[in-house]
Design a protein around this ligand. Sequence first.
Ligand SMILES: Nc1ncnc2c1ncn2[C@@H]1O[C@H](COP(=O)(O)OP(=O)(O)OP(=O)(O)O)[C@@H](O)[C@H]1O
Length: 263
Amino acid sequence: MNEKPMIRVDNLDVIFGHGRAEVRAVRGVSLDVARGAAFGLVGESGSGKSTVLRAIARLLPGWTGSIEIDGAVLGHRRDRAAARRMQMVFQDPFGSLHPRHTINAILSEPLEIHGLDRHEPRILKALEEVGLGVELRFRYPHQISGGQRQRVAIARAMILEPEILLLDEPTSALDVSVQAEILNLLKRLQRERGLTYLMVSHNLAVVAHLCDRIAVMNRGRIVETLTVEQLRRHDVAEDYTRQLLSASAGFDRAAARSLVTYE
Ligand SMILES: Nc1ncnc2c1ncn2[C@@H]1O[C@H](COP(=O)(O)OP(=O)(O)OP(=O)(O)O)[C@@H](O)[C@H]1O
């Protein structure tokens, strides 16, 4: 009952720039994600979703407030042990995978950084875990499909055996049919590994497919937190959320049908 949340964010503020160029990207954001849960952050472009994720991943220098992972307060500096527990997957696998490194080199790199041995079995296991054949191992990112590239990005995160994945629009660069495959993969990994997810997406259908709870962001603030059932029933309190629902072409029935689980 009293278990600490896996992720706790309290009163997070992020400001970019100074003076007239100042942008208050995140204002007083607080959220809790239980161990093994999947939490979605939704909102329009520029609402501050990715900035919350980047602060938690400590990819940002300046933020105030407090961030706790499994009860331990995070400092501003990245430390290796915490980085290993918490891995991030980005929207565009082409941009996040080194174009002149083979898949093998891409998967070896985090093992080298974290001083882990037995590269060969770990790489083979990671490829298998994300449904990639070993024959892809010595190819380059441009020699595989977009969906396969995102599987490599997920394998690169999983190879460190993290407890948390921070997912920044992990399917929005992909075709709809491939989106469903990647979402199903993420769902299976979460179930098998008991992972905790914090996912950012502007697509409500994608978030509803993967997450249990959702926070709606507008202009840097959380305006409403909902369960996925409340979202499905359109049982929302805020006008902004209602607007988002009606504006979201991604939440119509056709889109929801395309996301049925194939497993
Ligand atoms: N490095 C930065 N320097 C200055 N402003 C930034 C920086 N990163 C983000 N911002 C600004 O902070 C605000 C929130 O951006 P953020 O990327 O978090 O929004 P988002 O909701 O994730 O949108 P999107 O889905 O388009 O990425 C925006 O106004 C953005 O322009």
